[in-house]
Design a protein. Structure first.
Length: 266
Protein backbone atom coordinates (compact mmCIF):
# COMPACT_ATOMS: atom_id res chain seq x y z
CA UNK A 1 0.00 0.00 0.00
CA UNK A 2 1.19 3.50 -0.80
CA UNK A 3 0.26 6.68 1.03
CA UNK A 4 -1.06 9.84 -0.58
CA UNK A 5 -2.51 13.19 0.42
CA UNK A 6 -5.47 14.94 -1.17
CA UNK A 7 -4.81 18.68 -1.41
CA UNK A 8 -6.11 21.67 -3.31
CA UNK A 9 -5.33 25.26 -4.18
CA UNK A 10 -8.54 27.26 -4.62
CA UNK A 11 -10.40 24.05 -5.53
CA UNK A 12 -7.83 22.94 -8.13
CA UNK A 13 -7.32 19.52 -6.54
CA UNK A 14 -4.38 17.11 -6.41
CA UNK A 15 -3.41 13.63 -5.34
CA UNK A 16 0.10 14.06 -3.90
CA UNK A 17 2.37 11.01 -3.62
CA UNK A 18 5.68 11.07 -1.74
CA UNK A 19 7.92 8.75 -3.77
CA UNK A 20 11.15 9.57 -1.95
CA UNK A 21 11.07 6.59 0.43
CA UNK A 22 8.84 4.32 -1.68
CA UNK A 23 9.29 4.98 -5.43
CA UNK A 24 6.17 4.72 -7.61
CA UNK A 25 6.50 3.87 -11.31
CA UNK A 26 4.16 6.42 -12.85
CA UNK A 27 2.87 5.97 -16.40
CA UNK A 28 0.34 7.92 -18.42
CA UNK A 29 -2.23 5.14 -18.01
CA UNK A 30 -1.68 4.86 -14.24
CA UNK A 31 -1.88 8.63 -13.73
CA UNK A 32 -5.11 8.77 -15.75
CA UNK A 33 -6.61 5.91 -13.72
CA UNK A 34 -5.71 7.52 -10.38
CA UNK A 35 -7.17 10.86 -11.52
CA UNK A 36 -10.47 9.27 -12.62
CA UNK A 37 -13.19 10.67 -10.34
CA UNK A 38 -15.45 7.63 -10.72
CA UNK A 39 -13.09 4.63 -10.73
CA UNK A 40 -9.98 6.17 -9.14
CA UNK A 41 -9.15 8.65 -6.38
CA UNK A 42 -9.99 11.70 -8.46
CA UNK A 43 -8.06 14.90 -9.11
CA UNK A 44 -7.25 17.59 -11.65
CA UNK A 45 -3.53 16.77 -11.39
CA UNK A 46 -1.43 14.01 -9.89
CA UNK A 47 1.75 15.19 -8.12
CA UNK A 48 4.73 12.90 -7.46
CA UNK A 49 7.32 14.20 -4.99
CA UNK A 50 10.84 12.81 -5.39
CA UNK A 51 14.47 13.50 -4.58
CA UNK A 52 16.52 16.08 -6.46
CA UNK A 53 20.30 16.63 -6.47
CA UNK A 54 20.00 20.43 -6.62
CA UNK A 55 16.81 21.09 -4.61
CA UNK A 56 14.97 19.94 -1.51
CA UNK A 57 12.54 17.89 -3.63
CA UNK A 58 11.48 17.28 -7.21
CA UNK A 59 7.90 17.50 -8.45
CA UNK A 60 6.37 15.59 -11.37
CA UNK A 61 2.97 16.80 -12.58
CA UNK A 62 0.45 14.68 -14.48
CA UNK A 63 -2.80 16.08 -15.82
CA UNK A 64 -6.07 14.18 -15.49
CA UNK A 65 -5.60 12.84 -19.03
CA UNK A 66 -2.28 11.28 -17.97
CA UNK A 67 -0.02 13.73 -19.82
CA UNK A 68 3.02 15.00 -17.93
CA UNK A 69 3.36 18.78 -17.86
CA UNK A 70 6.03 21.27 -16.88
CA UNK A 71 4.38 23.46 -14.25
CA UNK A 72 1.36 23.88 -11.98
CA UNK A 73 1.19 26.96 -9.78
CA UNK A 74 -1.55 25.76 -7.42
CA UNK A 75 0.25 22.45 -6.86
CA UNK A 76 3.53 24.26 -6.21
CA UNK A 77 1.89 26.16 -3.35
CA UNK A 78 0.79 22.82 -1.86
CA UNK A 79 4.32 21.37 -1.79
CA UNK A 80 5.70 23.34 1.22
CA UNK A 81 2.48 22.53 3.11
CA UNK A 82 2.90 18.84 2.23
CA UNK A 83 6.61 18.84 3.23
CA UNK A 84 6.05 21.00 6.30
CA UNK A 85 8.53 23.81 5.63
CA UNK A 86 9.84 26.20 2.97
CA UNK A 87 11.31 24.28 0.03
CA UNK A 88 13.15 24.58 -3.25
CA UNK A 89 11.47 22.43 -5.91
CA UNK A 90 12.98 21.01 -9.09
CA UNK A 91 10.39 20.88 -11.89
CA UNK A 92 10.54 20.46 -15.65
CA UNK A 93 10.00 24.23 -15.79
CA UNK A 94 13.04 24.97 -13.61
CA UNK A 95 13.89 25.52 -9.95
CA UNK A 96 11.15 27.14 -7.84
CA UNK A 97 11.23 28.59 -4.32
CA UNK A 98 8.09 28.11 -2.22
CA UNK A 99 7.56 29.71 1.20
CA UNK A 100 4.82 28.95 3.70
CA UNK A 101 2.58 31.84 4.71
CA UNK A 102 -0.51 31.89 6.91
CA UNK A 103 -3.13 29.86 5.03
CA UNK A 104 -1.03 29.05 2.01
CA UNK A 105 2.25 29.78 0.27
CA UNK A 106 4.14 32.30 -1.82
CA UNK A 107 6.09 30.99 -4.80
CA UNK A 108 8.72 32.53 -7.04
CA UNK A 109 7.54 31.15 -10.39
CA UNK A 110 10.57 32.32 -12.36
CA UNK A 111 10.72 34.72 -15.31
CA UNK A 112 8.09 34.62 -18.07
CA UNK A 113 9.12 34.10 -21.69
CA UNK A 114 7.54 35.81 -24.67
CA UNK A 115 9.46 34.70 -27.79
CA UNK A 116 7.16 32.87 -30.20
CA UNK A 117 9.36 29.76 -30.17
CA UNK A 118 9.43 29.73 -26.36
CA UNK A 119 5.63 29.57 -26.06
CA UNK A 120 5.89 27.60 -28.43
CA UNK A 121 3.92 28.71 -31.50
CA UNK A 122 3.99 27.03 -34.90
CA UNK A 123 5.50 30.10 -36.58
CA UNK A 124 6.87 33.55 -35.75
CA UNK A 125 4.52 36.31 -34.63
CA UNK A 126 4.10 39.08 -32.06
CA UNK A 127 3.02 37.52 -28.75
CA UNK A 128 1.75 40.72 -27.12
CA UNK A 129 -1.05 41.19 -29.65
CA UNK A 130 -1.16 38.05 -31.76
CA UNK A 131 -2.40 38.42 -35.34
CA UNK A 132 -4.75 35.49 -34.75
CA UNK A 133 -8.09 34.93 -33.08
CA UNK A 134 -11.08 32.62 -32.92
CA UNK A 135 -14.65 33.60 -33.76
CA UNK A 136 -15.53 36.84 -31.93
CA UNK A 137 -12.66 36.72 -29.44
CA UNK A 138 -10.20 39.64 -29.55
CA UNK A 139 -6.55 39.19 -30.54
CA UNK A 140 -4.83 37.40 -27.64
CA UNK A 141 -1.45 37.58 -25.94
CA UNK A 142 0.78 34.58 -25.24
CA UNK A 143 3.35 33.77 -22.59
CA UNK A 144 5.26 30.80 -21.24
CA UNK A 145 5.39 30.76 -17.44
CA UNK A 146 6.81 27.25 -17.24
CA UNK A 147 4.01 26.05 -19.51
CA UNK A 148 2.29 27.62 -22.55
CA UNK A 149 -0.60 30.08 -22.18
CA UNK A 150 -2.75 32.16 -24.49
CA UNK A 151 -4.74 35.03 -22.93
CA UNK A 152 -7.91 36.72 -24.22
CA UNK A 153 -9.04 39.96 -22.57
CA UNK A 154 -12.80 40.26 -23.09
CA UNK A 155 -15.42 42.86 -22.15
CA UNK A 156 -17.91 40.38 -20.67
CA UNK A 157 -16.50 37.13 -19.32
CA UNK A 158 -19.96 35.70 -18.64
CA UNK A 159 -20.84 35.94 -22.33
CA UNK A 160 -17.92 33.71 -23.42
CA UNK A 161 -18.62 30.03 -24.09
CA UNK A 162 -15.43 28.85 -22.38
CA UNK A 163 -16.39 25.17 -22.40
CA UNK A 164 -16.75 25.20 -26.19
CA UNK A 165 -13.93 27.58 -27.16
CA UNK A 166 -11.38 26.23 -24.67
CA UNK A 167 -10.79 22.80 -26.23
CA UNK A 168 -10.97 24.23 -29.75
CA UNK A 169 -8.13 26.66 -29.00
CA UNK A 170 -6.14 24.18 -26.88
CA UNK A 171 -5.92 21.80 -29.85
CA UNK A 172 -5.31 24.42 -32.57
CA UNK A 173 -2.28 23.63 -34.80
CA UNK A 174 -0.88 27.08 -33.94
CA UNK A 175 0.14 25.50 -30.60
CA UNK A 176 2.31 22.43 -31.31
CA UNK A 177 2.40 21.44 -27.62
CA UNK A 178 -1.25 22.42 -27.07
CA UNK A 179 -1.94 25.42 -24.83
CA UNK A 180 -3.69 26.59 -21.66
CA UNK A 181 -6.49 28.99 -22.61
CA UNK A 182 -7.19 32.01 -20.38
CA UNK A 183 -10.35 34.11 -20.65
CA UNK A 184 -9.91 37.32 -18.65
CA UNK A 185 -11.84 40.48 -17.84
CA UNK A 186 -10.36 43.56 -16.16
CA UNK A 187 -12.90 44.49 -13.47
CA UNK A 188 -12.49 47.68 -11.49
CA UNK A 189 -9.07 49.19 -11.06
CA UNK A 190 -6.16 46.72 -11.18
CA UNK A 191 -8.30 43.63 -10.65
CA UNK A 192 -8.72 40.70 -13.06
CA UNK A 193 -11.43 38.06 -13.25
CA UNK A 194 -10.27 34.84 -14.91
CA UNK A 195 -11.55 31.49 -16.20
CA UNK A 196 -9.02 28.96 -17.49
CA UNK A 197 -9.38 25.98 -19.79
CA UNK A 198 -6.37 23.91 -18.72
CA UNK A 199 -4.44 21.82 -21.22
CA UNK A 200 -5.23 18.18 -20.45
CA UNK A 201 -7.62 18.97 -17.58
CA UNK A 202 -10.37 21.21 -18.96
CA UNK A 203 -12.17 23.83 -16.88
CA UNK A 204 -10.83 23.87 -13.32
CA UNK A 205 -11.66 25.89 -10.25
CA UNK A 206 -8.32 27.68 -10.47
CA UNK A 207 -5.06 27.74 -12.42
CA UNK A 208 -2.02 29.31 -10.79
CA UNK A 209 0.12 29.49 -13.91
CA UNK A 210 -2.89 30.89 -15.78
CA UNK A 211 -3.21 33.67 -13.21
CA UNK A 212 0.52 34.38 -13.60
CA UNK A 213 0.39 34.49 -17.40
CA UNK A 214 -2.74 36.64 -17.40
CA UNK A 215 -1.40 39.16 -14.89
CA UNK A 216 1.87 39.43 -16.82
CA UNK A 217 0.00 39.97 -20.09
CA UNK A 218 -2.18 42.64 -18.46
CA UNK A 219 0.90 44.45 -17.12
CA UNK A 220 2.59 44.26 -20.54
CA UNK A 221 -0.53 45.76 -22.14
CA UNK A 222 -0.73 48.41 -19.39
CA UNK A 223 -4.15 47.16 -18.31
CA UNK A 224 -2.89 46.60 -14.75
CA UNK A 225 0.15 46.97 -12.52
CA UNK A 226 1.60 44.62 -9.92
CA UNK A 227 0.59 43.35 -7.49
CA UNK A 228 -2.55 42.21 -9.32
CA UNK A 229 -5.43 40.43 -7.55
CA UNK A 230 -6.78 37.70 -9.84
CA UNK A 231 -10.20 36.22 -9.06
CA UNK A 232 -10.85 32.66 -10.31
CA UNK A 233 -13.98 30.55 -9.69
CA UNK A 234 -12.25 29.00 -6.66
CA UNK A 235 -10.99 32.23 -5.12
CA UNK A 236 -8.23 34.83 -5.31
CA UNK A 237 -4.52 34.85 -6.05
CA UNK A 238 -2.15 37.83 -5.94
CA UNK A 239 0.42 38.03 -8.74
CA UNK A 240 3.36 40.45 -8.68
CA UNK A 241 5.74 41.01 -11.59
CA UNK A 242 8.02 43.74 -12.85
CA UNK A 243 9.33 43.62 -16.45
CA UNK A 244 12.65 41.80 -16.46
CA UNK A 245 11.98 40.12 -13.13
CA UNK A 246 10.42 36.93 -11.84
CA UNK A 247 6.76 36.29 -11.01
CA UNK A 248 5.66 36.09 -7.37
CA UNK A 249 2.43 34.18 -6.80
CA UNK A 250 0.70 34.20 -3.40
CA UNK A 251 -2.44 32.32 -2.40
CA UNK A 252 -4.11 29.55 -0.39
CA UNK A 253 -3.15 25.89 -0.15
CA UNK A 254 -5.27 23.30 1.66
CA UNK A 255 -4.64 19.78 2.96
CA UNK A 256 -7.89 17.80 2.78
CA UNK A 257 -7.09 14.24 3.91
CA UNK A 258 -4.54 11.42 3.79
CA UNK A 259 -5.16 7.95 2.41
CA UNK A 260 -3.63 4.68 1.25
CA UNK A 261 -3.91 2.93 -2.10
CA UNK A 262 -2.47 -0.07 -3.87
CA UNK A 263 -0.81 1.54 -6.93
CA UNK A 264 -0.59 -1.85 -8.66
CA UNK A 265 -4.39 -1.78 -9.00
CA UNK A 266 -4.28 1.30 -11.22
Amino acid sequence: MGRFSKMHGLGNDFVVIDARAAPVAMTEARARAIADRHAGIGCDQLIVIGDAPDADVSMQIFNADGSEVEACGNATRCVPLFIGHDVTIRTRAGLLDARLIDGGASVDMGAPRFDWNAIPLAYAMDTLTMPASWEELPAPAAANVGNPHVIFFVDDLDAVDTARLGPMIEQDPLFPQRVNVNFAQVVGENHIRLIVWERGAGLTRACGTGACATAVAAIRRKLAHGPVPVTLPGGDLVIDWRPGGTIQMTGPATHVFDGEADWARF
